[in-house]
Design a protein around this ligand. Structure first.
Ligand code: ATP
Ligand code: MG
Ligand code: MG
Ligand code: MG
Length: 495
């Protein structure tokens, strides 16, 4: 029988903590603390950034954890792939281990290789491939021959080692600062003689500091690794995708029990209900985790868009009325299944459902003002004929209705279409074309920028707003309080 995802996560932590002297560090919330460069915590290293930057030292010189990560927007934006591939999620758990000047490359590679290939995981070595950095002249960084040799010593065949350049195998935090080559373990999955490579584990050697014009070699380097729990579980449970593992099957059951239309069958044809199953289950996990970490939709535009998209999916594709009930059911399931690892999911479950319901009320009020009858719309505005409303996103028909009702507008209100109806920029452009009107892109970019700074302000821990107790108002009728967590303070809704 296969290991459960809980057993796999536990095995990873026990291996590093109990057998290899790492200290266990809890997952940080997905709300970035004082980091204006990201909208969500997107990797295990985020909470160690100050350590990597040399601003802080930890008592422990090697640590391990499983970190809640969200990749929507920014450098790592996996939102558009979700549902169409079987191994990218907006929310996923990153299993990681770090060495802060303690062990080196050889130990990091051996630790990873042994965990994967020895019992209880027992992944066949023929299925594993390693990537290694092959150097870059303009960066003035040499090829990582040390790591190449380590993999060879471990017994990895030459034809299972892939040499890559900066784009694939050089990690940088920003334009300056800590950086270095990485080596990745990929899995040929399902086995295909090396054609189906999926990245499993990324091991970064933070060996350099990039300064204005030079690369400085660090005297004591850091090791930063990350492996997706969902992908590892897929492999160890012998499933065709992460969605077929126990991490998702319980959510699919919740969706099926609510809709009773058809069960999840694992098709990737792009038209069956399966794609929507995947997207909804993925988004449901992301929404639950973000809300339970006290992120507010009014403060994070990306979160609000995902919540609205989920309501629409629940109602349009799964015929659940009102849509929020299904999202709340999913939130319950996420709290049940991941609450043992992230207890805040249990503690905040009621709060999460309150917020979902509240978001629905705001969204519904907005939708009430638009009718849905596409036929009438096309009669009134024949150029809409070139669109298939069912091929478009679900907010498309209400958006067209809105445009017809406001025929006299001199331009296409990009922000409203994007924000309230969830249209992609591409669709907005096409609509503008058939309607022969200019698009108000400026307004869209300005408002998005404002929303972004709003998000940053709310999550900036050292910002004066917390110090003076001058908490900003938003369109929500909620009250806020300042929560202290690990000596940091941040805003939290009071329900
Ligand atoms: P990929 O190339 O597959 O997009 P990545 O290089 O962006 O992955 P890293 O930033 O190196 O990923 O993160 C470390 C590990 O986290 C990856 O090796 C992978 O196992 C996992 N991972 C990354 N992105 C996702 C995602 N969107 N969903 C699930 N797991 C992910
Ligand atoms: Mg990626
Ligand atoms: Mg990659
Ligand atoms: Mg990677």
């Amino acid at each position: 029988s296969f290991l459960s995802s809980n057993e796999i996560r536990k095995r990873f932590i026990d291996y590093f903590v109990k057998e290899n002297d790492h200290k266990y560090i809890k997952s940080s919330p997905v709300v970035p603390y004082n980091d204006p460069t990201i909208a969500f915590v997107n990797a295990g290293m985020c909470q160690f950034k100050s350590v990597l930057l040399g601003q802080r030292t930890l008592a422990a010189n090697c640590v391990a954890n499983s970190q809640k990560c969200i990749r929507v927007g920014g450098k790592h934006n996996d939102l558009d792939i979700v549902g169409s591939d079987g191994y990218h999620h907006t929310f996923f758990e990153m299993l990681g281990n770090w060495s802060f000047g303690h062990y080196g490359k050889a130990e990091a590679c051996h630790l990873a290789w042994n965990l994967l290939t020895l019992p209880p995981f027992n992944i066949p070595t023929e299925q594993l491939y390693c990537t290694v950095f092959n150097g870059d002249r303009t960066l003035d960084v040499e090829s990582d021959n040390e790591t190449l040799q380590i993999w060879k010593n471990i017994g990895v065949n030459d034809d299972h080692i892939v040499m890559n350049g900066v784009n694939d195998n050089f990690w940088e935090m920003g334009e300056t600062g800590p950086c270095g080559p990485c080596t990745e373990i990929h899995i040929d999955y399902p086995p295909s003689g090396g054609k189906n490579l999926i990245e499993l584990w990324n091991i970064v050697f933070i060996q350099y500091s990039r300064e204005k014009n030079t690369m400085r070699k660090l005297p004591n380097y850091f090791i930063d690794t990350g492996m997706g729990l969902e992908r590892l579980t897929m492999v160890l449970q012998d499933k065709t995708s992460t969605y077929d593992t126990d991490l998702f099957s319980s959510i699919f059951n919740i969706i099926f029990n609510a809709c009773r239309i058809s069960k999840y069958t694992g098709l990737y044809d792009g038209t069956s209900l399966d794609t929507y199953y995947r997207v909804l289950a993925d988004h449901g996990r992301m929404i639950t985790v973000a809300l339970s970490d006290n992120m507010l939709p009014s403060q994070n535009h990306k979160l609000r868009r995902l919540i609205r998209k989920s309501f629409i999916l629940a109602e349009t594709n799964f015929k659940i009325q009102p849509g929020y009930t299904l999202i709340c059911d999913i939130a319950n399931e996420v709290s049940n299944s991941l609450g043992n690892v992230y207890p805040e999911l249990i503690k905040n479950n009621e709060k999460v459902k309150h917020l979902i319901k509240h978001e629905y009320a705001i969204f519904n009020k907005l939708r009430m003002s638009v009718s849905k009858d596409w036929k009438i719309m096309v009669e009134e505005c024949p150029m809409l004929k070139s669109f298939d409303p069912y091929e478009e996103c679900t907010g498309f028909v209400p958006a067209c209705n809105y445009l017809i009702k406001h025929k006299n507008m001199s331009n296409i209100p990009a922000f409203t279409l994007y924000d309230a109806f969830g249209l992609e920029k591409k669709t907005i452009g096409r609509l503008a074309e058939v309607m022969g009107k200019p698009v108000n892109w400026n307004e869209l970019y300005e408002k998005l920028k404002k929303l972004q700074t709003k998000t940053i302000k709310h999550t900036e821990r050292k910002s004066n707003i917390y110090m003076t107790g001058n908490i900003p108002k938003t369109d929500d009728s909620f009250k806020y309080e300042v929560i202290r967590h690990n000596n940091e303070s941040y805003l939290s809704p009071v329900l």
